[in-house]
Structures are given as structure tokens and as C-alpha cells.
Design a protein around this ligand. Structure first.
Ligand SMILES: NC(=O)c1ccc[n+]([C@@H]2O[C@H](COP(=O)([O-])OP(=O)(O)OC[C@H]3O[C@@H](n4cnc5c(N)ncnc54)[C@H](O)[C@@H]3O)[C@@H](O)[C@H]2O)c1
Length: 387
């Protein structure tokens, strides 16, 4: 089958996440990287692109030039990866979507929900796919958890506990010239609620994805734990989910000693499930008698939603890059189906869409509004108060 033609904006030399996208694109060999702008400094970005083996005519000075030229070509890109800092996602993604070119955008989708909603609208209006890189939902054992919780295997959900509490910026890293810390702690680029945008939206999406539930309202306490920092670096969010289900979400970049810190526990009235990014190939399941079963990726009895994503045998850990490849695989199914004018697989559990990105932004804004109002309960946009 012909590979999908992909482009990339961002992710050049020294960039953090771009390389994971490039590995993931190649893992299942369903995409070919043919065009790009790998940074805002033209010469360095072009040299980087040549190093990747791109044709000179498809190495562009900026994303506007790329969108204009690629949309004119018969063999133009079908999907563009946006892996730049947050404040540029909207303009870059829109430049391609208006031409009907699909986009996989890094999270947070944009810097406010109005612009996210606009991207969702533009994608729909132009027949393009808009996907967001909430990659943790593509782990095989997260899919297993989602299937089990959605199918009622832990009974009715009673409590949702999720945290993405990382210690990566537990010191004033931005004062050392650290590239990623510099823009993430700049309120004008990463946003004042950068930690909620950066880590909180991953946790929020994971909880929505596994439970299939939507949140109704939040009560947030926002802190700056590292002296001298210009943004919030720790957010404690009490949550009310649909069906009057309580929960809590903790997002932190200052959880000293935590390397990554993504963990979720869902409690039902018959048992619970727990998944942690530190042990991504395992899902811990407990029943009402506290009997504990650890399900391992690769076991034949796992559900099809999980098994189809396991490319290593029992005993081998699923990795981050493989989860990206899973996301790209699901996205490829959608893109190829559209290219061939046929319906997609219709899977319930597939890639995060622009709507998921939009909900992330609405969540950020509700958290911000609640924090500004001393933790007052703030309803999420579109939610109906059920309790
Ligand atoms: N999904 C995940 O798990 C995950 C993990 C890390 C980062 N991210 C997200 O990825 C994005 C990038 O983060 P990062 O840590 O890789 O940042 P980074 O600073 O390491 O890299 C950003 C890259 O974008 C380039 N760039 C900036 N403006 C550009 C423009 N106008 N045109 C072309 N290139 C441009 C920079 O030169 C650099 O190569 C952010 O939105 C971040 O939130 C997601």
C-alpha cells in the first residue's frame, strides 16, 4: 500500500519531541516524511532537513510557504505534524487545514479554547483530520483499561484519581538557559497555566479516555512552588464528573524526585484499575476482596483493543515511541479510509481528535477561572450540572 506523505513543522536539531514523531512515523512504515520546516532559523533548519534526506524543493523557509506550495502539488503532503511551542500551533495547523491537509498537532492544541474550536471547525469544513498527540492513550494497557472500565468490569465508576506530577522543573531551570524550560515558563509562550496545558491535559485526556466520561466542574488550587518562577507550576484540581462522580487531578512540574509521574486509578463499586507510565506494560486490577491481578501486555487473553497494539511479546515493556506509532497507526487508518472514500474501522478507541484538544483548553480555562476565584466551583463548557 502506498505510504502516506507526511510533513513536519518544528522538531529540528535539539528539539525534544520531534524525534519521537519521526521514529514513530517510521516504525510501521505507513508514512514517508517528504517536506518540512524544522525550525525558525532557516539555514539550520534546512541543513537539518537535508540531513533527513528531504528533496531541496520540499525544504521550506516557513510554514506558510510550505502550506502554499504543498497544497499546489499533485503529490503534496497529506498530513503535517506540528511540533513547535504552544503559541504557534494555531496558526501553523490552520495554514494546512484550510487546504484540506490533515494535521497531527502537539498538545495543548492551541492556547485558548476559541482558537481550538476554530481549528476543529476548519478541519471539518475542509474534510481534513485534526489529531492531537495525547499519546498515552495509545499504550496497549491503557486500551485494556479503557475496555474494562467502559464494559463495566469494575462496576459503576465511583472515583477517578489521576496525576501527572513530574519533577522535571523542580528547580529554577529556566534561569540556566534550558531550552524547553525557557519557553514553557514564559507566560506569553507556554501560558500562565503551562503546567496544566503541558501535563494536566495529558492526565485529563487519560481519565476521559479510560472512563468514557466527561467532567462537569472543577475546583482548583494553583501554586508556584519554585521561587522566582513566573507561572503556576503545581495545580491541585478537585473534579466532578458526569453522574456526580468525584475525582481529583494533580498536575505538577515541581514534584521533586518524580521523573515523569503519570498515574491513574479508577475505582468502581466492584473493584479498581491502576496504570502508571513507569510500568506501562502492566495494568493492576483489584476486586472487592482486595485480590490483586497484574495483567501484562502480551497475554493472549487481553482484549482485541489492547492486543492489536502489542508488537513485542509477553515480558517486554511497551515503550513511549511505540505508543506514538500506535497513534499514527490509528490516524493512518482514518486518513487512508478518507483517501479511498470508504468508512473507517469505526473503532470506539482510536486517536485523540481536535475535540479532545478543545476540551483540554476548556479544562485549562475552567481551572484558571476557579483558581482566580479562590477555588470556587466552575462548570466546564458544555457540561450539564448533574449533582
Ligand atoms: N505529546 C507529548 O507527550 C509531548 C512531549 C513533549 C512536548 N510536547 C509538545 O510538543 C511541542 C514542542 O515541545 P518540545 O519540548 O519539543 O519543544 P522544543 O523547544 O524542544 O522544540 C520546538 C521546535 O520547534 C521549532 N520551531 C519553533 N517555532 C517554529 C516555527 N515557527 N516554524 C518551524 N519550527 C519552529 C524550534 O526550532 C524547535 O525545533 C509543545 O507543544 C509541547 O507541549 C508533547
Amino acid at each position: 500500500m502506498r505510504r502516506l506523505r507526511a510533513g513536519m513543522v518544528g522538531g529540528g536539531a535539539g528539539a525534544n519531541i520531534g524525534v519521537a514523531h519521526r521514529y514513530a512515523i517510521r516504525l510501521d512504515d505507513r508514512y514517508e516524511l517528504v517536506a518540512g520546516v524544522f525550525g525558525s532559523e532557516v539555514e539550520a533548519a534546512s541543513a537539518f532537513a537535508r540531513g533527513l534526506g528531504l528533496d531541496d524543493e520540499r525544504i521550506y523557509a516557513d510554514y506558510e510557504q510550505m502550506a502554499a506550495a504543498e497544497s499546489e502539488r499533485d503529490d503534496g503532503v497529506e498530513i503535517v505534524v506540528v511540533a513547535t511551542p504552544n503559541d504557534s500551533h494555531y496558526a501553523i495547523a490552520k495554514a494546512f487545514l484550510v487546504h484540506g491537509i490533515s494535521v497531527l498537532c502537539e498538545k495543548p492544541l492551541t492556547t485558548d479554547s476559541a482558537s481550538s474550536a476554530d481549528l476543529v471547525r476548519v478541519a471539518d469544513a475542509n474534510g481534513a483530520v485534526l489529531a492531537v498527540a495525547h499519546v498515552y492513550s495509545a499504550y496497549a494497557m491503557v486500551r485494556q483499561a479503557a475496555r474494562m472500565v467502559r464494559d463495566g468490569e469494575i462496576g459503576r465508576v465511583r472515583f477517578i484519581d489521576v496525576e501527572h506530577a513530574s519533577g522535571w522543573a523542580s528547580t529554577l531551570l529556566e534561569s540556566t538557559g534550558h531550552k524547553q524550560a525557557t519557553w514553557r515558563t514564559d507566560p506569553d509562550v507556554g501560558g500562565k497555566l503551562s503546567v496544566v496545558a503541558d501535563l494536566g491535559t495529558h492526565a485529563y485526556h487519560l481519565a476521559r479516555y479510560i472512563t468514557g466520561l466527561e467532567a462537569v466542574s472543577v475546583s482548583a488550587e494553583l501554586n508556584t512552588l519554585v521561587p522566582g518562577r513566573r507561572i503556576v507550576d503545581n495545580a491541585m484540581v478537585q473534579m466532578r464528573w458526569a453522574g456526580a462522580i468525584p475525582g481529583r487531578l494533580w498536575a505538577s512540574m515541581a514534584a521533586m524526585g518524580h521523573s515523569h509521574g503519570l498515574r491513574i486509578r479508577i475505582f468502581g463499586d466492584e473493584g479498581n484499575v491502576e496504570w502508571s507510565h513507569q510500568d506501562p506494560d502492566q495494568l493492576v486490577v483489584q476486586d472487592a476482596e482486595c485480590r490483586t491481578i497484574i495483567l501484562s501486555q502480551g497475554v493472549r487473553s487481553l482484549v482485541e483493543d489492547s492486543n492489536r497494539l502489542s508488537r513485542v511479546g509477553l515480558g517486554h515493556a511497551e515503550g513511549f515511541i511505540e505508543a506514538f506509532a500506535n497513534l499514527y497507526g490509528d490516524l493512518a487508518d482514518e486518513l487512508v479510509a478518507r483517501r479511498e472514500h470508504r468508512p473507517n474501522t469505526g473503532r470506539e478507541l482510536s486517536f485523540p481528535t481536535g475535540v479532545d484538544g478543545l476540551k483540554g483548553l476548556q479544562f485549562i480555562e475552567a481551572v484558571g477561572a476557579s483558581g482566580d476565584a479562590n477555588g470556587a466551583w466552575v462548570n466546564l463548557v458544555g457540561s450539564e450540572r448533574e449533582h
